[in-house]
Write a protein that binds this ligand. Sequence first.
Ligand SMILES: Nc1nc2c(ncn2[C@@H]2O[C@H](COP(=O)(O)OP(=O)(O)O)[C@@H](O)[C@H]2O)c(=O)[nH]1
Ligand SMILES: [Mg+2]
Length: 307
Amino acid sequence: MVFQFIKSSYKKVKSALARARSFLGTKIKSLFSGKIDEHTLEQLEQTLYEADFGVKTASELTKKIRELHLEHPSYKTQDYLNALKTELVKILKSCPSTHREYSELPQVILIVGVNGNGKTTSVAKLANLMVQNGHKVLVGAADTFRAAAIEQLEIWANCLKIDIVKGSPKSDPAAVVFDAVSAAKARQCDVVILDTAGRLHTKTNLMQELEKMRRSCKKVSPHSPHETYLVLDATTGQNAIDQAKQFHHFTPLTGIILTKLDGTAKGGIVIAIQRELGIPVKFIGTGEQIDDLEPFDPEQFVDNLFD
Ligand SMILES: Nc1nc2c(ncn2[C@@H]2O[C@H](COP(=O)(O)OP(=O)(O)O)[C@@H](O)[C@H]2O)c(=O)[nH]1
Ligand SMILES: [Mg+2]
C-alpha cells in the first residue's frame, strides 16, 4: 500500500496525548502507588471507563491487575503499568486487518463522516503525507453540498501544489468522484483522495448516496475504492462508536481516522473503537496543521498514554 513505509513521529504523538496522559497516567500511577485492595481496583475500573476504554476493556484490565496482584504481591507501580501496556498493545494488535492487496494505481481513498469531524482537513493531511513520501496525489472535492468546502480543499491543494478535481456547488458528488478517479488514472497518479460531504449517520438517503459514489469509483477502477476511511472526532466519546456502526452498516469501512486526539483527555476511545467495531484505527489527528496526522502505531500510542 502507498503508506506502508510511513513512520509515526513519537514526539507528535507524545504531545497530542498530553491531556490524556495527565488524566490517565497521573490517576493510575497514584492508584498503584498505594495499597492495592478491592477499593483501588474499583477505582481503576472507573478511571479506565471514564477514559472511554469501554466497559469490556475496563473490566478485563482490572481483572488482569487483580490476578497479577494475587500472584505477585510485591509488584511496584511500574510493574503494573507495564502489564497494562502489554495488555493494551495485545488488544490493539488483535484487530483484524482490512487490507486487501491490489497493486493497481491509482489507489482510491474515500473519506466519509459526519460534519465537522475533520474530513477535509484529513484529506489535506493525508495528501501531504503521501507527497512527502514521493507519491503523486490528486484530490477530489466531492463535497458539493457547500461551496465553502470546495474552496477549503482548493486552498490546501494549491498549498501542496497537487491537482484537484472539483464539481460545481450542488452538482452530483458521484459525478465528481467519477471525474476525479478518471483524471487520476489518466495522469498516472499513485493515489486519489476523495473528500465527501458531512452526512448524519441516521439519514438513510445520504448514506445511500455513498453507495452511488462507490459505484462511480468502480466504473473506473473495479477494485476501488481501495480504502474507505471514516473520520471520527475523538472528543465525542461513545457517539463516535454509534456513528461508526451506522456507517459500517451502509458502506464497508476499511479504517478509521481519529481526529482531535490533542483535544481530549480520553485516549481510551481508540481501544473502544477497534474492539467494538473490529475496524482498525489507521491514522490519528494530532492538531490543526497540515503535518498533524500520524499513522497509528499501537506501541507508541500506549506508551504515551501513561508515561
Ligand atoms: N485540534 C484538532 N483540530 C482538528 C483536527 N482535525 C480537524 N480539526 C479541526 O476541525 C475543524 C473541522 O474540520 P473540517 O476538516 O472542516 O471538518 P469536515 O466538516 O469533516 O470536513 C477544523 O477547524 C479543523 O481545523 C485535529 O486532529 N486536531
Ligand atoms: Mg469538509
